[in-house]
Design a protein around this ligand. Sequence first.
Ligand SMILES: Cc1cc2nc3c(=O)[nH]c(=O)nc-3n(C[C@H](O)[C@H](O)[C@H](O)COP(=O)(O)O)c2cc1C
Length: 481
Amino acid sequence: MRAPRKKPSRTIAPIIAARLNGRFSLQMQADGSIAAVSGDYSVNLGQFSAPAFDRAGHLATGLPLASLAGKSVFARQLHVLVQRLAQHGLLDYRLFSPRDAQDLVVIEPQIAGYWPQPAKLLSGDTIVLSRFAYLRRRGNEMVLESPRAGALFRICDPAIAATLAALSRPQKISKLRKQVASLNLDLLGLLLDSAMLIRDGDGLRVNEGDRNLVLWDFHDLVFHTRSTEGRHSDPVGGAYAYAGVMPPLPAVRPPWPGKKITLDKVVPPEPASPFAKLLRERHSTRDFDDQNPIKLAELAKFLGTTARVLSEWKSGADVDGGPEVTYSSRPYPAAGSAYELELYLAVSNCEGLSRGLYHYDAGGHALVAIDASARQLRALSMAAEFAMGASGPPQILITIAARFGRISWKYSSIAYSLILKDVGSLIQTFYLTATDMGLGGCAIGTSNIDLFAGMTGLEFHVEGPVGQFALGRGRKAGGSS
Ligand SMILES: Cc1cc2nc3c(=O)[nH]c(=O)nc-3n(C[C@H](O)[C@H](O)[C@H](O)COP(=O)(O)O)c2cc1C
């Protein structure tokens, strides 16, 4: 007698639903507009009908994205409202089974405007995990992240983690289906869309993305995206996150207990040379004299002194065991003489130079205008103003960008750290030159890599911000900081 055949378990497509960030609620304003409100902070989302507002109430638990697909005025209104919330980064997305409404995955957007859009997958497709994707514990959760992804995936079902582990090797969808009964193609499509998974190949480094991506070490790309703004949603800057946990370390390290040689007895402490005096005079200037702005001639002198190419030369083949390479020399030191740093100037107030974004062509000692919208320029300057706690935008904001591949082509494992060290030496060169010229400046610790990518059209992993410096004529008498 034949054993009864096991009924194949039918997988039911999961539901993707948008959910409002728990700290916010939607409120109808007196003028009929809807605002997302959290304490004193509110974001105006525009005018919508009362039925759209009522339906948006479902965003508290999850509004299925499929319900936004209709062509009616009401559905379109709801769609616009949900997209505006997405633009402001106020949504996450639940992926759950309609059978038991349990979350399989919660998607947390990391870039403004992320929208879950499953890529299409066919039985014949082969997929593999990106070498940039990683699973880690966050609190009591397991999260899947990647510096390439526009979203983080909170994995709520251990079976999904097991499938991800299986995808460390390339897998054909048809074969994967046989191994994993509850294979969730929608989720795989979402992961593919986020570059957590990649199509094809044998997962080799050269198969993932473009030639520039090939040059990135995993830890370097994670560090770059997590230590700048624009591609993650964590707090950035002076949040004093551990103030309640432990006191700050002392400003000056307590001395070692060994024998002490007091150096002031050897050489008097007063600065003797003009250079030593310049070092003592250097300080950060955050507020600028907008009645008397920096002049184009001063900017030209500043850039010529600090950053222009002084000469170009070729290494012989086999120096260092490497191939022949062209190098340049410039006024500041740089790791391996790679000189990967580029200067982009957002000019707000400079006598003789129009407002706008410029690239400094260090080889030709020239400024080249780049088309950037007034809105983007304002956003860039305002972020700098905010970072400095200044009373207005800097006259010139220099964004120091790195051509990452110029240095990672040669250096493994230390490429990004070398770039940051180069930024430090360039910033000190800026400070000292500004002081010497009677100008003022201030380093800025954060920059938005996504905003810069939008302004220049350069992909974030090809060339992007690694530092910023505000420059101008400092405000005198109580105005200079
Ligand atoms: C890498 C770096 C990042 C900095 N970031 C900021 C910043 O974001 N905002 C700011 O107001 N100052 C910033 N500064 C300036 C420091 O606050 C300043 O150098 C420090 O307070 C010492 O003051 P002084 O430069 O006047 O001697 C930065 C300085 C450096 C070197």
